[in-house]
Design a protein around this ligand. Structure first.
Ligand code: FPP
Length: 248
């Protein structure tokens, strides 16, 4: 697990988890008379820049939505292209992650993924498993509702009594190479101008702060991540309680 220095009051600090729905690759490209594949390629470059910058901004866990289970219904050529791009991304990121102490893991279903991609996922997860500086989670063929259903089925099969929230978070996190509880999202970013969650980390985002921007993902630069985090730090997270400044 990611290790963190304690807060000033000596309580262990919860990991800071940023998640991103990387929307707008297609519109970025078509607005420039380029192909959607060009847009996805530019999106992968933007993702690399964000992964590189995030640890220095205090991000402990970064989850990127690379391919939703619904995206599978796009034209087969686009899906094929995205799967190839993802394999290439994992191959190129592997060494960089090892060098930078980043642990990379993939969430989502592996059932439909090409064998070569699954082999690459296994390789990268094992090669980067010692990384302690940041955890990078890439969601591929991911549906939050499916993940919740699968965790519920795992729980039912275990024969345990009705789950607690903590117990269920553990069942939800027990996928792929991950054996730690599904981490709560602190800041959820969506680029591309739409304002919806699109079946991404629904359980984990129960108290996430949401940040929507019109910037298309290929143009989402580290400086905007910094602005999003600064915006998040100015918000008061009440978790259903009353404002701290209100009189009792
Ligand atoms: C949504 O844009 C984006 C995707 C379906 C793919 C996201 C993939 C990447 C950013 C590249 C690969 C990712 C990694 C981590 C290497 P869209 O195509 O729906 O854009 P549109 O709404 O403008 O059509």
């Amino acid at each position: 697990m990611i290790e963190r220095a304690p807060d000033s009051d000596n309580r262990p600090r919860a990991p800071f988890h940023v998640a991103a729905i990387m929307d707008g690759n297609g519109r970025y490209a078509t607005a420039r008379g380029r192909t959607r594949s060009d847009g996805h390629r530019a999106g992968a470059t933007a993702a690399r820049r964000i992964v590189e910058a995030a640890p220095d901004m205090g991000v402990d866990i970064l989850t990127l939505f690379a391919l939703s289970s619904e995206n599978w219904n796009r034209p087969p050529a686009e899906v094929r292209f995205l799967l190839q791009l993802l394999r290439r991304f994992l191959r190129l990121e592997c060494r960089r992650c090892v060098e930078r102490g980043v642990r990379l893991s993939v969430i989502g279903s592996r059932r439909r993924l090409p064998a070569r991609l699954v082999a690459m996922v296994d390789h990268v997860e094992s090669a980067t498993s010692a990384g302690r500086r940041m955890q990078l989670r890439v969601a591929i063929d991911y549906s939050s509702r499916d993940a919740i259903l699968e965790a519920a089925a795992r729980w039912a099969a275990s024969g345990e009594p009705a789950p607690t929230r903590e117990g269920f978070a553990r069942a939800l996190g027990a996928t792929g190479a991950l054996a730690s509880p599904a981490p709560e999202v602190d800041l959820l970013i969506r680029t591309g101008g739409e304002k919806r969650l699109s079946d991404f980390l629904l359980w984990e985002s129960a108290y996430a702060e949401l940040y929507f921007t019109d910037t298309m993902w290929p143009e989402f630069a580290p400086a905007e991540l910094e602005r999003a985090i600064a915006d998040y730090r100015r918000r008061e997270r009440r978790f259903g309680l009353v404002p701290r400044s209100d009189p009792a």
